[in-house]
Design a protein around this ligand. Sequence first.
Ligand code: TGC
Ligand code: FAD
Length: 397
Amino acid sequence: MFDFYQVSDLLSPEEREVQRAARRFLEAEALPHIAKWWEEAEFPTHLIRRFGEMGFLGPSLPTEYGGLGASAATYGVVSYELERIDSGLRSFCSVQSSLVMYPIWAYGSEEQKRFYLPKLARGELVGCFGLTEADGGSDPDSNMKTRARRDGDDYVLSGSKMWITNGNLAHIAIIWAKDEEGEVRGFIVPTDSKGFRANKIHHKASLRASVTSELVLEEVRVPKSALLPGVKGLKGPLSCLTQARFGIAWGALGALEAVYTEALEFAKSRSTFGAPIARRQLVQEKLVRMAADHTKGLLLAWRLAQLKDQGKLKPAQVSLAKRDNVRAALNGARAAREILGGSGITLEYHSIRHMLNLETVDTYEGTHDIHTLILGRELTGENALGESSKPKEAALR
Ligand code: TGC
Ligand code: FAD
């Protein structure tokens, strides 16, 4: 890994080995084909079981449920390596690990855990996470129209979800819906249930090597055993987002490494006015900014992993790292594209693909501006999100 401050020395030998193995595997199996998959808007489904074999799916979960019992940094370096190839690959694994396996592990019954987690870890089952609805994903509470009505021993779910990663690949969907008391509850919904439909979203100009869908639930009947019994309220889905945002904070740096190294190599080999463009101050300034942002972001991500393993992680700390690392990667990808000149607009190089992907990454899992407002609320105790959002105690006054 590009590692200006030797952060690798802070990783354990096991974490370094996982990263090396992930890089070898992805360079052999994904890198040579990724531009074609992206151009053809194809997700490489043949890799799902391989991801399972490599331990990319739910690595932090205990071994008894199919995980590796691995550290937070292990999940971090796996996310880094996946996103160094493409944000769509990291997205697949983020959703499976943090948004499907995590809620089942944290809030599921013992029976749900034993039934689903090992199959999800092996990639035999694929899951998706339905929180966002069409009217405004930043405010999932006020905008949640999906309802769960109790009917005897069943629940009946009605509503729709928008922008759902893996929607058309999934065997199960974690659906967040409001019950008759207005509480947000989570359900494990088999996607072959009567009344469940996934409509693939086409014509995306970003995250093309990833499946994104609308989910429609028309009176979908599930037994009460499909309810995640361990959580009520918005903190259920938001706590899953904390896990996924942690992975994104690492993953974005993988994309930043990819565009930085591509731009550096190009700058050394491209000559204008009698010398390589790498000798020009304007080009060097862009490369230095990328390297500095990567270095600071990696220190942030590493410290976050420590806090996570120690059980001290605060959601606002994850917001800061997701916000800043993703925006740094997006800015770096734009700068790399610029250094590549005209070549930078083709898929023969990776920078524009990363740049377009990172527009999504900057938006999903809480937009850049929403994380600014989460942090603003944490720092000042004043809530600038809006009237329906609660005030928060100031953390750092
Ligand atoms: P708020 O009052 O702040 O919180 C409600 C309850 O939740 C708790 N909480 C959290 N718990 C754990 N982790 C977090 N990150 C948490 N944030 C809040 C909070 O303590 C409270 O608990 P309690 O016990 O007091 O009830 O609620 P709010 O309505 O004011 O929320 C505001 C805000 C902005 C924080 C929240 O709505 C938000 O995060 N919005 C952004 C939504 C978002 O990120 N959506 C992502 C959808 S999934 C996705 O994009 C997947 S892409 C995956 C891929 O392809 O990689
Ligand atoms: P909106 O919430 O409507 O926001 C529009 C704009 O208004 C943004 O710029 C936002 O920052 C700004 N804004 C909103 N509120 C405020 C405010 N209070 N103050 C200032 N500015 C504000 N969701 C899932 O549940 N599961 C998934 O698997 C999933 N995968 C996704 C995959 C892709 C490719 C994409 C694009 C999205 C995915 N999402 C998923 C949804 C994603 O989380 C939402 O797009 C995101 O949360 C933003 O919601 P929105 O698009 O409705 O924008």
